[in-house]
Design a protein around this ligand. Structure first.
Ligand code: AHR
Length: 622
């Protein structure tokens, strides 16, 4: 908490930096100081990009709704060293929470981690490496890149053509992701060639100069994809100077206002843009929740991007306005939930959490179980559509094959929320939001623990017990685990089989592996605790010591897994929380009053070993 005298001192210190941000009213901060309870520091990467000015404006507007909150803004002026100093200064002055939008994510990672040791930190837009922060809010830049790639393919049509990509700062994460997503799509089309790449540091004028140079060298260009609208505008100016009207230009940001992407599309300067949601409003909402020590704060919030062209601009503006109007709460909300099945302790806890949260929120829940079969889940969803429920939520057993039924829900006007497991679908407008874990990161965590636990170069033979084939947790955990192990040649997965997330199959499959490889097995990585517990029984029966002769690492962090850790048979479990009910009901209620939901809400997760399992055991609810 912040005292009156220190606030006045600090405001004095920060006036210069904060004055750079015109939208923030410093005088108001000084006169209302008696009511100040919390001081929030905002470390902004720069204020030359209009998108960042808009971000600060959003934060200031959201903060103004809270009498007891004051915000101090600093501007790093595109300089990581300056941003490090800004954060140090904010910390020295005793801010209660830091919101940071890093200039260079890699360089700022240690600074964020250091701040996070003292106070909550919300990272906005550019994600730092690792998980040393309270909450990340930002766009999915790879999706934005892919969407830009698809629009390029559509616009160039069967004739194809030559494309220039104009990037922001070279090798920064949003640039890498936008570029990877874009190239992933475009490179599948032999008739489209990426004929040039420009790095223009997100700046309009640099983009203009460099586009002029490039077009002088290579005039055979049909389309330009710029990573933001200011650079797209720069490209447009260059193209106009050369009297060319045949080059199509698309950008990213979709801001309103003079020179904003929306106006540029309306005026025909750009043929398209993709909104890059700012997240300032959401950051402030969560900052308040964090300062009030509310439970269930997610780890990551990924905001949805929308494609804007001349065809849907009017409709987009209409929807945008409607989404800013909050409707009164509905008296009765009926939700149809299709659950995967009852395959594991995790799943039972997940079902219970959803049922309890629905009843606490006074939401009428129709709950069905798919017995791990996609056909059954699809039939259940069709029943919900026929019954005309208000919202459909479901945890998909596998990733693929949902397009048709979700198209039917969309046609019936019923919003769909994906819970726990992700889906792989072409059109992400077929669902409203996803709430669940980052399965790839869970796999990475398990592998990092293993690598740290077994240093040196001795060969390490691993058996992997996988979840259901084609399911998001099985795909993601395997991917993350292998990603870390590729850098460690002595770790080898000698056998990998599905055991469907069940204890019985975990035991059976492990016995088969033991009969094949016996003592040569050093480690079992199980995609969930149930399979790990089955494997432990198998190792016991085979006459080896689980946890000693064979290390066992798994995912979920159930109470049973904690007991196994405490008895020395399980070595590590990575958390994947099944308690998604409250967040799901909150999302349903928010949606029903007209609030815009992010495209992904990712839960926070820990990792447990004998060091911390006993301490946590008493608090575990599942
Ligand atoms: O989708 C989450 C996974 O499904 C859990 O890790 C596993 O236990 C469950 O069955």
């Amino acid at each position: 908490m912040f005292t009156k005298t220190r606030l006045v001192l600090f405001i004095g210190l920060c006036l210069i930096a904060a004055a750079a941000f015109a939208g923030y009213d410093m005088s108001r901060a000084a006169t209302d100081e008696d009511e100040v309870t919390y001081l929030i520091g905002v470390s902004q990467a720069n204020l030359t990009e209009p998108w960042r000015v808009a971000m600060n404006e959003e934060i200031a507007m959201a903060a103004a709704k809270h009498k007891n909150i004051r915000v101090i803004f600093t501007d790093a002026a595109q300089n990581s060293q300056k941003q490090k100093k800004d954060v140090d200064e904010l910390l020295r002055e005793g801010i209660d929470l830091l919101i940071i939008s890093p200039h260079d994510a890699a360089e700022l990672t240690p600074v964020v981690a250091k701040a996070y040791k003292k106070i909550p930190v919300i990272v906005l837009d550019r994600a730092v490496e690792g998980y040393d922060y309270s909450l990340y809010i930002g766009p999915d830049n790879k999706l934005i890149g892919r969407a830009a790639g698809n629009l390029t393919v559509d616009m160039l049509g069967s004739k194809g053509g030559n494309v220039i990509e104009i990037q922001g700062l070279s090798d920064s994460p949003p640039v890498r992701d936008r570029s990877d997503g874009f190239r992933e799509v475009v490179e599948k089309h032999a008739n489209i060639k990426i004929a040039g790449r420009i790095v223009a540091d997100w700046q309009r004028d640099k983009a203009e100069d460099k586009t002029l140079e490039l077009l002088a060298r290579n005039p055979k260009i049909d389309m330009i994809f710029a990573h933001n609208d200011p650079m797209a505008l720069g490209a447009y100016r260059a193209v106009k100077k050369l009297g060319r009207s045949d080059i199509k230009i698309i950008g990213v940001d979709g801001l309103s206002g003079e020179d904003g992407g929306l106006k540029l599309v309306r005026d025909g300067a750009l043929q398209g843009t993709f909104t890059c949601p700012i997240g300032g409003k959401e950051a402030m909402q969560y900052a308040v929740d964090i300062l009030h020590q509310e439970k269930g704060i997610p780890k990551k919030i990924i905001l949805r991007s929308t494609k804007i062209t001349a065809d849907n601009l009017a409709e987009y503006l209409q929807q945008k306005q409607a989404s800013e109007e909050i409707r009164p709460e509905k008296k009765r909300i009926v939700v149809g939930f299709s659950q995967v099945g009852a395959e594991s302790v995790w799943r039972l806890a997940n079902s219970e959490s959803i049922k309890n949260a629905a009843s606490a929120a006074k939401i009428e829940l129709r709950f069905s179980e798919g017995n791990q079969h996609q056909d059954k889940q699809i039939a259940d969803i069709r029943t919900f559509i026929k019954d005309g429920v208000d919202v459909i939520a479901f945890s998909p057993v596998v990733e693929y094959g949902w397009d048709e039924v979700l198209g039917e829900a969309k046609a019936a006007g019923i919003p769909v929320i994906i819970s726990d497991r992700t889906i792989n679908i072409d059109d992400d407008r077929l669902y409203t939001t996803f709430i669940g874990a980052d399965f790839v990161e869970e796999g990475r965590k398990a592998a990092r623990w293993l690598v740290d636990t077994l240093p040196g170069n001795n060969p390490v033979n691993i058996i992997e017990l996988c979840g259901t084939n084609g399911s998001a947790p099985a795909i993601g955990r395997k991917m993350g685990f292998e990603e870390i192990l590729t850098a460690h040649a002595n770790f080898r997965i000698m056998g990998s089989e599905t055991a469907n997330f069940t204890r019985t199959e975990g035991k059976k499959t492990m016995l088969e592996f033991l009969h094949e490889f016996g003592k040569d097995i050093h480690v079992v990585f199980a995609h969930n605790d149930d399979m790990a517990l089955g494997a432990i029984e198998a190792i016991d029966e085979y006459g080896l010591r689980p946890g000693q002769d064979i290390l066992v690492v798994s995912v979920d962090a159930t109470k049973q897994a904690f007991s196994a850790i405490m008895s020395g048979k399980l070595n590590c479990t990575v958390e994947c929380t099944p308690l998604l009910g409250p967040e799901l009901m909150k999302a349903i209620k928010d949606y029903s009053i007209g609030k815009k939901l992010p495209i992904k809400i990712i839960t926070a997760e820990g990792i447990f070993t004998k060091k911390n399992a006993a301490q946590e055991y008493q608090w575990r609810k599942y």
